[in-house]
Design a protein around this ligand. Sequence first.
Ligand SMILES: Nc1ncnc2c1ncn2[C@@H]1O[C@H](COP(=O)(O)OP(=O)(O)OP(=O)(O)O)[C@@H](O)[C@H]1O
Ligand SMILES: [Mg+2]
Length: 244
Amino acid sequence: MSLVVVDHVSKSFGGLQAVSDVSFHVNEGEILGLIGPNGAGKTTLFNLVAGAITPDRGRVRFNGLDITGLPPYRISRAGLARTFQVARPFLGMTCYENVLVALIGRAHPAPDSERPELIRELLDFVGLSGKESFLASSLNLIDKKRLELARALATRPRVALLDEALGGLSSIEMDQAMGLIRSIRDKRGVNFVWIEHVMGAIMTLCERLLVLNQGMLICEGTPADVARDARVIEAYLGAPDAGD
Ligand SMILES: Nc1ncnc2c1ncn2[C@@H]1O[C@H](COP(=O)(O)OP(=O)(O)OP(=O)(O)O)[C@@H](O)[C@H]1O
Ligand SMILES: [Mg+2]
């Protein structure tokens, strides 16, 4: 079954058509990549799915439920989590408190007595063990991203939308983050839609890619198919060694 179905969704801001008649689905067990040039509408598409903004046209279904126009907290409780292009933990709170807030907000909050262990387990899992009492403001970029993931996982999502999980990381940190995404999929059964500009990473982890350009979906397929698609090369990838 498709966990997420985006059905002919459009959104404009003033005269600008940011997302134009986009349809796609997310399959069970999948890490689906979403790529495209700056300003293509990728983050806007996440905002439309996660409820931060409402589409002008089209519907979004999640797990059989029509979630179009529902507020973000309802969508989160239904099991759809997201991370932000710029990590947004509560900077004045500790790592522990940040995860606690996410844990309390979920549909079936864990009993008080189980929370400390759950929070420690989540922080361990993302590689933040020993940093429970660190203020989020004191974390470096990768640790902020880890915390963002722990907060997303605390809501027990079926699907997580990741907006540029690797942006700003060193290549060693990228490898760690990719390992983490894969293990979250394998061990926790979370499916991902992943926006990323780091092509090598997305080509490695994703079985299927969507390519957005000027608000329109211009290609969908395996990484190999997408890499040799003439429209994608022209709009985004450039010639094979143009670099980015
Ligand atoms: N709230 C908004 N109000 C007005 N315009 C917006 C709003 N959000 C996005 N846009 C515009 O919609 C277009 C798509 O932006 P979006 O942030 O979705 O692109 P993106 O594909 O995520 O780009 P990037 O790779 O740089 O993150 C841009 O022209 C942007 O300026
Ligand atoms: Mg974006």
